[in-house]
Design a protein around this ligand. Structure first.
Ligand SMILES: [Zn+2]
Ligand SMILES: [Zn+2]
Length: 245
């Protein structure tokens, strides 16, 4: 009897407050989901082969060792990989996580990141998971650092310690959206410091960011960590975006 009431209650709740998919805004009928199965399927992994360094998709130039997508100049990370492509539901979920205060959407992303970490970095002995920090002004506006939420979820899934404050963003950098590759690299130069080099020395670090576009931000973070004594840096993002300009 009780269960008949509770399922009736659930039906009423579903009618009054239908669950809406965070990727496509359609109603979700399956219990306990915030993303629908179609959206989940649409967030596809990148197509192999990837550039061994920056993780760019299916690049013939990469195979020839001349990848047009790798950061220019010295590259301080061993490899960068992403879980999916910045389009469709992935784009929608990430925009909402960042700009509409939907911190619970990190929960949708974490399984994708975990799968990618296992696919690409399973043979790497990672000591710490470290998010790319936001400047404190932006973090105050947003209420959280989305990359930190992702790093914490991934750290828990992989049972690897997360050190959210290994890096600090000391400069409030303008938005990168309309900058080209060279401008992006300039924009983030000197924006980060290693807070406590004693926690960095001889460590293998997995750096987490939400989107990889030119790799400028991750490369600058990796540069700072290497100079602070880190052994090796691997990068992982939820999405891989194309540079629009
Ligand atoms: Zn959907
Ligand atoms: Zn590359």
């Amino acid at each position: 009897m009780l269960s008949a009431f509770s399922s009736l209650g659930q039906i009423l709740l579903d009618v009054l407050f239908p669950r809406i998919c965070c990727g496509c805004d359609e109603r979700i009928l399956e219990k306990g989901r915030i993303v629908c199965k179609d959206c989940e399927r649409a967030m596809r992994p990148l197509q192999l082969p990837l550039c061994p360094r920056c993780g760019e998709e299916d690049s013939q130039a990469a195979a020839a060792g001349k990848c047009p997508s790798c950061p220019r100049g010295t590259i301080y990370f061993e490899a960068a990989r992403a879980a999916t492509v910045y389009e469709g539901p992935a784009l929608q979920i990430l925009e909402r996580l960042k700009y509409r205060a939907r911190s619970e959407y990190a929960e949708v992303i974490i399984p994708f990141l975990t799968r990618a970490a296992k696919q690409y970095y399973d043979n790497i002995k990672i000591d710490s998971v470290v998010p790319v920090p936001l400047h404190r002004t932006r973090q105050r506006e947003r209420g959280y650092n989305q990359s930190e939420l992702l790093a914490r979820g991934l750290g828990t899934a992989l049972a690897i310690p997360v050190i959210p404050n290994m890096l600090r963003r000391v400069r409030h950098t303008p938005s990168q959206t309309h900058l080209d590759r060279r401008e992006r690299a300039e924009n983030v130069k000197g924006a980060f410091v290693a807070v406590n080099p004693a926690t960095v020395g001889n460590k293998v670090i997995l750096l987490i960011d939400d989107v990889y576009t030119t790799g400028a931000t991750l490369n600058e973070c990796a540069r700072v960590l290497r100079h602070a004594g880190a052994d090796a840096i691997y990068a992982l993002s939820f999405c891989r975006a194309e540079l629009s300009s």
